[in-house]
Design a protein around this ligand. Structure first.
Ligand code: SAH
Ligand code: MG
Length: 208
């Protein structure tokens, strides 16, 4: 990662965030990288985002950072892994954000069984990469007019557009799925999408 501006970007910080960063390092939890986070928080500020849906909570790192931008932001976030879910609950609670971050312990593909607020200004897709088209189609109907959808990890550690060189079949298929998503999204006429080589590759889709 390019750490050139690390000390200039003022990202939310507190004791719990520091601990979450350490935990992500040691346990290899794929939390959002700082450049992508800076972009995400910028979008929240300039679009005056109030309601957010996140698919893929992990330990709550991105949710907590987004919630700390403004005290009237409310977030629904979905996580299917129980260990992650429990850890996220603990972190959100330590930050006293339980009233604004609602963590749903579900598979995001099971949308009908998840009680969501709806009318989102921002949807952040950051869960299983092979399911991105499904997540997009399942949830875009809950986006407000002029809402935005942000998708993370679209370069997948630089492997995207290099899938032929990958030995592992499983990994190769996963990367192909991401390539498929990028192509599909770039041709989606209902959104204008910017693909940015920030962090691990991030797309910002604006509803037309
Ligand atoms: N947004 C987090 C990182 C999420 S990592 C951050 O930046 O801090 C991706 C998470 O998505 C993992 O914890 C994984 O368990 C979860 N996930 C993957 N597929 C999912 C699905 N279908 N439904 C819900 N959660 C899912
Ligand atoms: Mg990510």
């Amino acid at each position: 990662m390019n750490s050139f501006f690390t000390n200039f970007n003022q990202l939310p910080n507190n004791e719990i965030i520091t601990k979450m960063r350490e935990k992500a390092q040691t346990d290899k939890v794929p939390i959002i990288n700082d450049d992508s986070l800076a972009l995400l928080l910028l979008l929240i500020r300039v679009k005056n985002v109030k309601r957010i849906l996140e698919i893929g909570t992990a330990i709550g790192f991105s949710s907590i950072n987004m919630a700390l931008v403004n005290s009237d932001i409310e977030i629904d976030t979905i996580e299917r892994n129980e260990i992650m879910y429990q850890e996220a609950l603990k972190n959100v609670s330590s930050c006293k954000l339980n009233n604004r971050i609602h963590i749903h312990f579900n598979d995001a593909l099971d949308r009908d069984n998840i009680k969501l607020l709806g009318s989102y200004d921002l949807i952040f897709i950051d869960a299983a990469k092979a399911q991105y088209i499904k997540f997009f189609n399942l949830y875009e109907g809950m986006l407000n007019d002029k809402g935005i959808i942000v998708t993370d990890n679209l370069m997948f550690h630089g492997l995207v557009n290099n899938s032929e060189t990958i030995q592992s079949k499983r990994l190769r298929n996963l990367v192909k799925k991401i390539e498929e998503y990028n192509d599909w999204l770039s041709h989606n006429d209902h959104y204008h999408t910017s693909f940015l080589t920030i962090g691990d590759g991030i797309a910002v889709s604006v509803k037309i």
